[in-house]
Write a protein that binds this ligand. Structure first.
Ligand code: ATP
Ligand code: MG
Length: 237
C-alpha cells in the first residue's frame, strides 16, 4: 500500500520558471526512499510541498501523517533543548511525563544529555542537527521527511546515526524520504533512490537498491547514479 501518492505536481515560486512540472511518484508503506540531485534542482521544494509549507499550483497529493525535519535549523532560540524537543508533544496535547522520559533516553543515545537545559545558541551545528532529528522523531508521523539531516555531522557521528536511524525506522515501521548529497549514504539507507535528472523536474530517475547489496554492486550503482546526476549538471550549469 502507498503511504504517499503524488500525481502531476506542478510548482513555481512566484513568477519564476517552473521547478516541478507534472511530477508523479509514490512511496510505499515501510519504504525508505532517498532523493539526490544537484543543488537547486528542487529537492527541498518537493518535501516542503509535502509538508504543506509551499502550495502547489497543480496536482494531487495523498499523504498520511508526516514528521518533517527542514534543511535549515528551526529550533526556537528562547526554549531550552528539552523544551524544543517536547514542542511537538505540547502541540498535540500528548503525555508530557511519558514523552519526557523518551526524550531523555534519546538525548542519552545521541550523547547530548548534558545539554538538556541549554539553549540552541550554546550548541554546535552538528548538535543542533541531532536535536532537530530527535524532535522530528518525537512528532510521530508515519512518513519522515528528512532534508539533509546529517550534513553538519562529522564522519564518525554520521555513520553512527545512519545505523541508528535505520534500526529505529525498522523497529518503528515508518517510511522515509531522505534528501542527501552523499550517494553512499543514500545507498546505505534506502530501498529506492530518486534522482533529479532534469530541470524542471517532470520525473525522477529511479534506482532500486537490492537487499544485502554487495560492495561491487554498490560501487556500480553509485557510478550510475553519479552519471545521472552529472547529466543535468553538464546540460544546465
Ligand atoms: N523561497 C524561495 N523563493 C524563490 N525561489 C526559491 C525559494 N526557495 C528555493 N527557490 C529556488 O528554487 C530552486 C530549487 O530550490 P530547492 O531549495 O528546492 O533546491 P535543492 O534541490 O533543495 O538544493 P540544495 O541541494 O542546495 O539544498 C532553486 O533555483 C532556488 O533558487
Ligand atoms: Mg535543499
Amino acid at each position: 500500500m502507498d503511504i504517499l501518492n503524488v500525481n502531476n505536481l506542478t510548482f513555481n515560486y512566484k513568477d519564476d520558471l517552473p521547478i516541478l512540472k507534472n511530477l508523479s511518484f509514490q512511496v510505499k508503506n515501510n519504504e525508505l526512499v532517498s532523493i539526490v540531485g544537484s543543488s537547486g534542482c528542487g529537492k527541498s521544494t518537493v518535501i516542503k510541498i509535502l509538508a504543506g509549507i509551499e502550495k502547489p499550483i497543480g496536482g494531487d497529493i495523498f499523504i498520511k501523517s508526516i514528521s518533517y525535519m527542514p534543511q535549515s535549523d528551526t529550533l526556537l532560540p528562547w526554549r531550552t533543548i528539552l523544551q524544543n524537543i517536547l514542542l511537538p508533544i505540547e502541540i498535540r496535547n500528548g503525555d508530557l511525563v511519558e514523552e519526557k522520559k523518551n526524550a531523555i533516553n534519546l538525548l542519552k543515545r545521541f550523547n547530548l544529555l548534558n545539554y538538556v537545559d541549554k539553549y540552541p545558541k550554546e550548541l554546535s551545528g552538528g548538535m543542533k542537527q541531532r536535536i532537530s532529528l530527535i524532535r522530528t522523531l518525537m512528532s510521530k508521523g508515519d512518513l519522515l521527511l528528512l532534508d539533509e539531516p546529517f550534513s553538519a555531522l562529522d564522519a564518525l557521528t554520521r555513520e553512527d546515526l545512519q545505523g541508528w536511524l535505520l534500526d529505529s525506522l525498522n523497529s518503528l515501521k515508518k517510511s522515509m524520504i531522505f534528501i542527501t548529497h552523499d550517494i553512499d549514504e543514500a545507498i546505505f539507507l534506502s530501498n529506492r533512490i530518486l534522482v533529479c535528472h532534469e530541470k524542471p523536474l517532470t520525473s525522477f530517475k529511479e534506482f532500486l537498491v537490492p537487499k544485502n547489496i554487495t560492495f561491487e554492486e554498490a560501487a556500480k550503482l553509485k557510478k550510475e547514479i553519479l552519471n545521472s546526476v552529472k547529466g543535468v549538471n553538464d546540460e544546465k550549469i
